[in-house]
Write a protein that binds this ligand. Structure first.
Ligand SMILES: Cc1cc2nc3c(=O)[nH]c(=O)nc-3n(C[C@H](O)[C@H](O)[C@H](O)COP(=O)(O)OP(=O)(O)OC[C@H]3O[C@@H](n4cnc5c(N)ncnc54)[C@H](O)[C@@H]3O)c2cc1C
Length: 452
């Protein structure tokens, strides 16, 4: 192997000190030690643009850090990764390093975690995201991994069998390279898509980054009375050019548009519809648990019971029925009072209308408004404000059993740089930890093969 003498020679070089990069480095050391490769024969270095690793972990889960989700790897894959290709790709990684492995690893560092009833796993009371970052810091020190902080990689190339990595005036020559530079959302945390440019130069296909787990900004801002109002366990529908996507969950009206779990979860699909059609209208089905005829029957029953009762009073106390198996954060909520005047207006009903005055046409209009309340027309989904970004290195060009590039031997990828996007609930951090672990383990294994 011929290396430049002025360069710093590294055996395993990791670019990016986020969840994926840190775990990749730790796994590489653990695997190398298992293979009885002395630490002195296997240098492992993380290059990180920020002054310290773990910036995104620090802000995860609002600073509490939802590290993973409880359940078996199979359950995590089914709940967290709704696209078949992504779920299949992540299978090996999530089995190689499971949520339980992560919880055990953190517990050994003194950070206990606990699962909430909804399956989200957080550090136990009194602990938060910085404790997670510190735990990884200790693991990195124990593993004798060097972290070069405030070190921004500007170029990566392959010369012979070595990777030449430049960062300012410094140059590193590495035998194996793991790119773990993250996605492109929240660029202030250091994730700005640099790794995608490096990978493209190696011939990799980059699926264009797009918003995921992002809020929706609508053309017309929701009226002030609605900002902050939350709808529990409804169905959110995105509709454009005859196509429709939907998701059940909670929806929140904001000052600029829409947010909340159902919006974040559906944002990737809506962004795709919006990109294809140039526009996308968003609706809310307030009664996703009832078939249209059942809701019709309920309205008829009400009007038969008490003709002098005002329709709006009924709406204010009417429980929203979530569909089977789907619950919002507070299932069986009612239609918020603030929304009722808008429902009445959109259905063309006067504010003081009584059941006795609800003609067939009016009932039909009310029914349609309840099933398809217009929540706005998409203006944009801010890519930089998503909890993650979708898109990245095409999964077809990466070996899911090792995370090694199918195009460039010795080059590995881990974390959000890859073209997958998980749901909210700890799935994205787990995917970053698991792909990082698998990449690190595989690199160390391949080094032994080289030495052997
Ligand atoms: C506000 C917010 C809240 C979130 N909450 C959760 C949550 O609670 N649970 C959950 O599962 N997920 C959450 N996520 C998503 C999760 O944090 C990410 O998916 C995960 O951290 C990605 O890890 P990564 O290591 O792949 O990338 P990153 O964490 O983005 O790490 C990439 C690292 O590479 C460095 N880097 C980039 N380019 C260079 C370069 N040229 N040279 C050197 N270094 C470079 C960056 O500085 C960065 O430190 C949240 C995300 C956000 C933004």
């Amino acid at each position: 192997m011929s290396f430049d003498t002025a360069a710093e020679r590294i055996d395993i070089l990791v670019v990016g000190g986020g969840a994926a990069g840190m775990l990749a480095a730790v796994a590489a050391r653990e695997a190398a030690r298992k293979l009885q490769i002395p630490d002195t024969d296997c240098s492992i270095v993380i290059l990180e643009r920020n002054a310290a690793p773990g910036a995104k972990i620090r802000i995860s889960g609002g600073g509490r850090c939802n590290v993973t989700h409880s359940g078996t790897p199979g359950e995590l894959l089914a709940k967290g990764f709704l696209r078949r290709e992504e779920e299949r790709f992540l299978r090996h990684a999530l089995y190689a390093f499971t949520g339980s492995d992560l919880v055990r690893m953190l517990a050994l560092q003194g950070v206990q975690c606990e699962a909430r009833p909804d399956g989200k796993v957080f550090p136990a009371a009194g602990l938060a995201a910085p404790d997670i970052v510190q735990a990884f810091g200790r693991l990195i020190r124990e593993a004798r991994i060097s972290v070069e902080a405030s070190c921004t990689v500007s170029s990566v190339e392959r010369v012979g069998v070595a990777f030449i990595v430049k960062a300012g005036e410094r140059r590193f020559d590495a035998s194996s390279l793991i790119l773990a530079t993250g996605g492109v959302s929240y660029p202030s945390t250091g994730s700005r898509g640099d790794g995608l440019l490096f990978a493209r130069r190696f011939g990799h296909t980059i699926v264009k980054p797009s918003p995921a787990l992002a809020p929706i900004i609508t053309h017309v801002k929701p009226p002030g009375e609605l900002a902050g109002v939350s709808l529990r366990a409804v169905r959110l529908i995105g509709s454009a050019a005859g196509k429709q996507v939907s998701r059940c969950g909670d929806v929140l009206f904001t000052h600029r548009g829409l947010s909340g779990p159902a919006v974040l979860s559906l944002s990737r699909d809506i962004a795709e519809l919006f990109r294809g059609a140039g526009s996308c209208d968003v609706f809310v089905d307030l009664f996703p648990g009832l078939r249209p005829e059942e809701l019709q029957e309920q309205l008829l029953r009400e009007s038969g019971k008490n003709g002098s009762r005002m329709v709006r009073k009924f709406l204010q106390s009417c429980p929203i029925a979530p569909p089977d198996g789907v619950s919002g954060e507070a299932p069986n909520g009612t239609i918020p009072s603030a929304l009722v005047p808008f429902i009445m207006r959109l259905a063309g009903l006067s504010d003081d209308l009584q059941w006795s005055g609800l003609t067939r046409d009016k009932r039909t209009a009310l029914l349609e408004t309840l099933r398809r309340f217009p929540a706005g027309s998409v203006k944009t989904l801010p890519l930089d404000q998503g909890e993650i970004s979708a898109g990245g290195i095409s999964l077809r060009e990466v070996n899911p059993k090792t995370m090694e590039s199918r195009l460039v031997p010795g080059l590995y990828f881990a974390g959000e740089i890859l073209d997958y996007a998980g749901e909210i609930g700890g799935f994205n951090l787990q995917a970053a930890f698991s792909t990082g672990w698998l990449a690190g383990e595989s690199v160390a294994g391949s080094r032994q093969e080289d030495c052997g």
